[in-house]
Ligand binder design. Structure first.
Ligand code: AOF
Ligand code: ZN
Length: 365
């Protein structure tokens, strides 16, 4: 049976996903070159966003690219950036047909890549697996549209929605399978983010471990006053793994210089009612180039993002352990009085995971 455009596009999309978390601010694109039904070249956007996917796939295909079809998971670029336009590279290599799901919304490209290809006599087919491509590149598109990264909120809690006992004991509520999945999720995001309370209570490393990979997402701590332990795991590892601290403009200058001396990048954010304004926080992260952020709490940061309508996906891990009302709730105060005001999410997926349940939710409506 002959493979279809959809089959090849599914492969190009999966190649693109290999770059998730490591190509920001650029999209993670995949490219497959197919000649007479055979794959002759594959490529995906390199770490840091360049080279783009197409020139790498073309280099592998060599002379076989002449007369071949290129499956690209996003419209090939048309601009002269730090690299020459990919549409031009496809034309020069003699590609006869380009299949792409979507137009790029970067204003330097948006439609110009397809126009350039068509003007050179290349057949262009669009729309193949467009929904999946839009999901895969949602963070890239959101940053262009709204200036902020996509936010995934992870909440790992007891059956009754607690994230620690009254004394702060939280390791471990969920089991090893759930924790492995969390590390894989961290790796697919540009950054992992926590609030200052979590950074103080858990002394987390916020790194990806146990997956045998070298790439690490940026680690972000949101701390208005920078009152974080200068001797904890984050401070100790700030030279080797990027650490960004989002702080209020009123933070102590001595702490600012101490953290910058340790190697942290400091991002000032506006305040709202005495706390870091979540919209200003995410705009600062978008400005810095991030397209996706995996927020792992704590309760105060999670509640502030949820109240502001800035959470694009919630991933819950619920364990079969009962902690009771003295325990620390997964969410801080949200200032709600009526149920109608509560942010509501619709269920996308549930899955048993070891002894826990994974559930994925997206904003309703
Ligand atoms: C492609 N293939 O693999 C990627 C593309 O700063 P530059 O010059 O690297 O350009 C970045 C823009 O290129 C980015 O905003 C997006 O429009 C496109 N990314 N294009 O043809 C790729 N990663
Ligand atoms: Zn390109």
């Amino acid at each position: 049976m002959r493979a279809t455009d959809t089959d090849f596009m599914a492969l190009a999309l999966s190649l693109g996903r290999r770059g998730h978390g490591r190509t920001w601010p650029n999209p993670a694109v995949g490219c497959l070159i197919v000649k007479d039904g055979r794959i002759v070249g594959r490529g995906w956007t390199a770490a840091g966003g360049r080279p783009h996917a197409e020139p790498q796939a073309l280099a592998r295909a060599g002379a076989a690219a002449r007369g071949a079809t290129a499956y690209v998971s996003l419209e090939p670029c048309a601009h002269h950036g730090q690299t020459p336009p990919c549409a031009g590279a496809l034309i020069s290599a003699g590609i006869a047909r380009v299949v792409a799901p979507l137009q790029d919304s970067d204003p330097r490209v948006s439609g110009r890549g397809f126009a350039m290809l068509r003007a050179a006599g290349v057949e262009v087919t669009t729309g193949v697996m467009a929904d999946q491509a839009a999901r895969d590149l949602a963070g890239f598109f959101l940053r262009i549209r709204a200036g902020r990264p996509l936010v995934t909120l992870k909440l790992a809690s007891s059956f009754d929605g607690r994230i620690a006992t009254a004394t702060g004991e939280s390791q471990w509520i969920t089991g090893p399978e759930a924790r492995r999945v969390v590390h894989a999720m961290r790796a697919r995001h540009d950054a992992v983010m926590v609030g200052a309370g979590t950074a103080r209570a858990d002394d987390p490393a916020l790194t990806v471990r146990g997956l045998g990979m070298t790439h690490q997402p940026v680690r972000i701590v949101v701390s208005r006053r920078l009152d974080l332990p200068l001797t904890g795991q984050l401070a100790r590892t700030a030279q080797e793994t990027p650490l960004w601290i989002c702080h209020g403009a009123d933070a102590d200058p001595r702490l600012l210089s101490a953290w910058s001396g340790l190697g942290a990048r400091l991002l000032p954010c506006a305040l709202q009612a005495g706390r870091i304004d979540p919209a200003s926080l995410l705009l600062a992260l978008g400005q810095a180039g991030l397209t996706s952020v995996f927020c792992e709490g704590g309760g105060a940061l999670a509640a502030s993002l949820l109240s502001a309508g800035l959470v694009d996906e919630v991933i819950g891990f619920t364990a079969g352990v009962m902690i009771g009302a003295e325990g620390q709730p997964a969410l801080g105060a949200m200032g709600l009085s009526r149920l109608a005001e509560a942010p509501r999410f619709r269920l996308i997926e549930t899955r048993p995971l070891g002894g826990d349940i994974l559930h994925r939710w997206q904003p309703a409506g």
